[in-house]
Design a binder for this molecule. Structure first.
Ligand SMILES: Nc1ncnc2c1ncn2[C@@H]1O[C@H](COP(=O)(O)OP(=O)(O)O)[C@@H](O)[C@H]1O
Ligand SMILES: [Mg+2]
Length: 258
C-alpha cells in the first residue's frame, strides 16, 4: 500500500490533556448511562474506547462535540470549559473532526463533490481549498474514484471518504465512532494504517471506539474499558487485556491479541 509512510511513534510521551471529561453523569429519561465518568484524552495520543453495545461510547463522543449536554459534570477542551458552548462554536474554536458510525456523506454526490462541499464550508480561499483537496486525494489514493457517486463506493471507500472529509479543517481532535464495523480484514488494516499515520503526520489526537476489542487494540496507544457507566480499566493494550476487572466484565478469560 503506497499510503502515507508509516512512522509509528513508538512510545507515546505527552502528558498534556487536550480533552477532560470531569465527573460527568448522563441520563436518558431516568436511565443512567454514564455514572460520574472521568476521562482524559492526551495530546497526540490514539485513545481507544471499548465497551459493549449500549454502554455509552457514542454518548461520550456526543458530550465532546456538544450534541449531548451532561446532566452533571463538565467538559474541558484545551483547558477551556466548553460544557455550555454550542456545537458549531466548539467545532470552529477547537477544530474537531467527527466521523459518525453511519452516514456522514451525501450519497448522490461524487467523491470529489463530497470533498468540495465540506471544503467550501471550512476554507474560504479557492486556492487553499484546491490544495487541501488535492493533498487528501493523494493521501487517501482517491485518484481513480473522483467521479464515482458516494452511493456506489465500497464500505471501506466510503469510510475513507468520511475520514478525509473530517480532516478538511485540519482537526486537532479526530473522533471515530466504530470505524471498523462491517468491514473486511484488509480494509480494517488499511484504516488502522491511516489512523496511525495521521498521528505522526498531522499531529492530532485520535479517539476511536469499538464494541470489539481486537481491531481496536491493534492501533491505539492507550485503551479504556467501559462498563456500567464507568471506566473499569485504562492503560496500554497489554495492560488492559490482563486487567482483572476488564477480564471479568468485558474480555472474558480466553482473550488475547497477536
Ligand atoms: N436519544 C436517546 N434517547 C434515549 N436513550 C438513548 C438515546 N441515545 C442513546 N440512548 C441510550 O443510551 C445508551 C448508550 O448509548 P450509546 O452511547 O449509543 O452506546 P454505544 O455507542 O456504546 O453503543 C444506550 O442504552 C442507548 O439506548
Ligand atoms: Mg455507538
Amino acid at each position: 500500500m503506497a499510503l502515507i509512510k508509516k512512522f509509528r511513534i513508538k512510545s507515546f510521551k505527552s502528558d498534556e490533556n487536550i480533552v477532560e471529561i470531569k465527573n460527568t453523569s448522563v441520563f436518558y429519561n431516568k436511565r443512567q448511562i454514564l455514572n460520574n465518568l472521568n476521562l482524559n484524552i492526551k495530546k497526540q495520543e490514539i485513545l481507544g474506547m471499548l465497551g459493549p453495545n449500549g454502554v455509552g461510547k457514542s454518548t461520550i463522543f456526543n458530550l465532546i462535540t456538544g450534541l449531548k449536554d451532561p446532566n452533571y459534570g463538565k467538559i474541558f477542551i484545551e483547558g477551556f470549559d466548553v460544557t455550555n458552548l454550542p456545537i458549531n462554536e466548539r467545532f470552529l474554536k477547537f477544530k474537531l473532526g467527527f466521523v459518525p458510525q453511519y452516514g456522514g456523506l451525501i450519497h448522490d454526490l461524487t467523491l470529489l463533490d463530497n470533498l468540495r462541499l465540506v471544503s467550501e464550508i471550512h476554507i474560504p480561499e479557492k486556492e487553499l481549498r484546491e490544495q487541501k483537496i488535492n493533498k487528501l486525494i493523494s493521501q487517501f489514493e482517491f485518484e481513480t474514484l473522483l467521479n464515482v457517486k458516494a452511493k456506489h463506493l465500497s464500505g471501506g471507500q466510503k469510510k475513507k471518504l468520511v475520514i478525509a472529509m473530517a480532516l478538511i479543517n485540519d482537526p486537532k481532535i479526530l473522533l471515530l465512532d466504530e470505524p471498523f464495523a462491517a468491514l473486511d480484514i484488509l480494509t480494517i488494516r488499511m484504516l488502522q494504517e491511516i489512523i496511525i499515520n495521521l498521528q505522526s503526520t498531522e499531529e492530532i489526537s485520535v479517539v476511536v471506539c469499538d464494541h470489539q476489542a481486537r481491531d481496536l487494540l491493534n492501533c491505539v496507544d492507550r485503551a479504556v474499558i467501559l462498563s456500567n457507566g464507568q471506566i473499569i480499566a485504562s492503560g496500554s493494550p497489554k495492560e488492559v487485556i490482563s486487567d482483572k476487572a476488564a477480564k471479568s466484565q468485558y474480555f472474558g478469560d480466553e482473550f488475547n491479541i497477536n
